[in-house]
Ligand binder design. Structure first.
Ligand code: SF4
Ligand code: SF4
Length: 351
């Protein structure tokens, strides 16, 4: 295990606990090979970055660094994990975010709506995203025409194998880049879980091996020419220009907030025929995403539940568990389902 793994590691191969074999050959001589994991909390992007960097340093004779940035420590918040690989003799002296990656791995399809997810990809780079078969979001047209685009149903495989998307996506990464020894990285992944969750080792191995084989290389997806531009926050705060503490430069609000990226494969589906409009679901929903309206004139109910605004629904399924009439049921989130069923909570503001 990398001694600095908790804080993000930069470890020289010659300080590792293992004797490494002949060093693997990196695809690009003369510069680092850089990977950016785009994810949300709970899908294991940080752990995947740690496993990968640790494995290449301690077992593959390379140098490597990993660190992650978090929106917050809450499940569903944005997480970016960065991995930088280089030859063993070349020190890695930066922990700056990876801005011009060779590879971007997207853990959740909802993140594709954010242009920053694609930003900086090299024209000869590889873009791996997690989505069910046949889902090619229109946002991917913004990728370089010459980039390699790979789709894998990481969530579907993870659910079937009782694993997590990170094991599947690490497998896909190894399948797409043979210099990353799949057996070596799988060994590191298994060790990561052997102590804390021994029952997860076999599940992760199945998920990893499926990820390494069951991916699809898509043709003709990107339309952009050349490297994609780097996206930096505006204004670009620096040493001399950053605001004093306490100032929030990009204020948000609860109406504009979009939690749809927090769902991890399931959502509640409302059946109005079954609903008795008791309001229990509204009592337990932590995000106020249930939409009510006046009941029918002369009817039994003063207020009636109309549906769910999935923009605010994080898929916790408390409404499903608590509904006494089975009017809320858990369904797998297929592409476009939330958009089709959504009832807007603030139709005048966000239709
Ligand atoms: S808990 Fe079930 S029955 Fe009650 S209002 Fe919600 S959906 Fe309708
Ligand atoms: S799953 Fe149900 S309880 Fe949870 S956020 Fe969505 S609507 Fe609310």
């Amino acid at each position: 295990m990398c001694p600095d793994a908790e804080s993000g590691c930069t470890v020289r191969a010659d300080r590792g606990e293992r004797v490494v074999n002949e060093a693997a050959a990196l695809p690009n001589a003369g510069r680092f090979f850089e990977i950016r994991f785009e994810s949300i909390g709970g899908l294991g992007a940080h752990a995947a970055g740690q496993v990968l960097a640790t494995a290449v340093v301690l077992r593959m004779g390379l140098n490597g660094a990993n660190f992650s940035s978090y929106g917050s420590e809450k499940k569903g918040s944005l997480v970016r994990s960065f991995v930088r690989l280089g030859p063993a003799e070349r020190p890695i002296r930066t922990s700056a975010p990876v801005e011009t990656p060779d590879v971007i791995v997207v853990f959740h399809a909802a993140l594709l709506r954010n242009p920053a997810t694609l930003a900086g990809l090299r024209k000869d780079g590889t873009f791996i995203y997690n989505a069910p078969p046949r889902l090619v979001p229109e946002e991917l047209a913004g990728l370089p025409r010459t980039a390699r685009v790979i789709r894998v149903d990481a969530l579907g495989i993870a659910v079937k194998e009782q694993s997590r998307p990170n094991a599947v996506l690490l497998g896909t990464l190894c399948g797409a880049f043979p210099f990353l020894s799949a057996e070596t990285i799988l060994e590191a992944l298994s060790e990561e879980f052997a102590g804390r969750h021994p029952e997860a080792v076999a599940s992760n191995e199945r998920a990893f091996r499926r990820g390494a084989k069951e991916f699809e290389v898509l043709e003709g997806v990107g339309r952009a020419e050349g490297d994609l531009p780097v996206v930096r926050p505006e204004p670009a705060w620096g040493y001399e220009t950053q605001p004093v503490g306490g100032i929030i430069p990009e204020p948000g609000n609860t109406a504009w907030n979009d939690l749809s990226a927090s769902r991890t494969g399931s959502l509640p589906v409302f059946n109005r025929e079954r609903c008795i409009h008791c309001g229990v679901c509204d009592l337990v929903c932590p995000d106020f995403c249930l939409v009510w309206d006046d009941g029918e004139k002369g009817g039994r109910f003063e207020r009636e539940l109309m549906g769910v605004d999935y923009r605010y629904c994080k898929g916790c399924l408390r409404c499903v568990e608590s509904c006494p009439a089975s009017a809320m049921t858990k369904k797998a989130e297929t592409p476009g389902l939330a958009d089709r069923l959504r009832v807007p909570l603030f139709p005048d503001l966000i239709g």
